[in-house]
Design a protein around this ligand. Structure first.
Ligand code: SF4
Length: 294
């Protein structure tokens, strides 16, 4: 069996080399893909451009296939523009919520998105990346490096646990997306490799046990709003890590715990639409309506 990847090992190597985790990840991934580092970063920039298009598409007011979601990204956009009072969560988080909803809605209406790590969880990472980049005036090459950090974190989670809701519940999808976003946020704010690891660990710890219970089996409810929830957890974890707060449980062990929780989870809570919100009276009523239409 292949040896599992270790985020702790890579964080240690970055520390030994005295380089940022972003620089380490670019070196690692370019080597892995047998391409030059510039080439790798260009590919990352191409993905960022697709993310930008999916934000615009979601904000244009989409309607999903099942008709359960659409227009909430736009509502959030209007709210941000029209209300002069201070936002409850602050302008960066408020923008991130808007982006998460917009991309989730673009996905639910069959728009083009970047799976990050999956389609259902595609809103969280662009939300964190683009809200922070606007706030700090961060340019595309720096954002591309942060995206490489996210991809590297996702690789480790895939190796030690899973990124699939059908295998590990929503903790594996929105939880992993949040962890990938938290690591990128720490990188964008100049945090150390060790802080990246703590941000990932603290995000996953707060998403452990999250079930996958899509109404009518569609990636609409609760998926889209969960992306916004994952943003809040990711930003909170990144902020704590940058302040020097550490996860008592090391990051690889947190990922392993997520794998164990996913295995122990009932099949009714792993994308089968047989448990959780999917079988709530309203969830079932929507499912009946949607299936009667098709
Ligand atoms: S609830 Fe299930 S389908 Fe929806 S985002 Fe989470 S893992 Fe994906």
């Amino acid at each position: 069996m292949d040896e599992k990847l270790s985020l702790q090992k890579w964080i240690g190597l970055a520390q030994q080399k005295n380089i940022s985790f972003g620089d380490f990840c670019v070196e690692l991934q370019a080597k892995e893909l047998e391409i030059g580092e510039d080439d790798l970063l260009q590919r990352m920039e191409a993905m960022l451009k697709v993310m930008e298009q999916s934000i615009a598409s979601g904000l244009s007011g989409t309607k999903s296939m099942g008709g359960l979601v659409g227009g909430n990204g736009k509502l959030m956009d209007n709210y941000r523009r029209e209300h002069t009072r201070e936002s409850i969560v602050g302008s960066i988080m408020s923008k991130a919520i808007m982006i998460a909803l917009a991309v989730g809605e673009a996905n639910a209406s069959m728009g083009r998105i970047v799976a990050a790590p999956t389609a259902g969880a595609s809103g969280t990472l662009p939300a964190v990346l683009f809200s922070l980049s606007e706030a700090r005036g961060i340019d595309m090459p720096v954002l591309a490096k942060a995206l490489t950090v996210s991809g590297t974190i996702g690789m480790v989670i895939a190796s030690r646990a899973t990124l699939s809701g059908a295998a590990g519940g929503c903790q594996a999808e929105c939880g992993s997306a949040g962890a990938m976003a938290a690591g990128a946020a720490v990188e964008l704010y100049g945090g150390s490799p060790k802080q990246v690891g703590h941000a990932v660990a603290m995000t996953l710890k707060n998403m452990l046990g999250l079930v996958c219970d899509p109404v009518a089996g569609l990636v609409e409810v609760p998926c889209v709003k969960r992306n916004a929830g994952a943003v809040a957890v990711a930003m909170t974890a990144a902020e704590m890590a940058l302040a020097g707060i550490e996860s008592v449980i090391p990051v690889d062990e947190v990922i392993d715990a997520m794998a164990a929780v996913g295995s122990a989870m009932s099949c009714t809570l792993k994308e089968t639409a047989q448990g959780g919100l999917a079988v709530s009276p309203t969830g079932l009523s929507w499912a009946n309506k949607i299936f009667a239409r098709s």
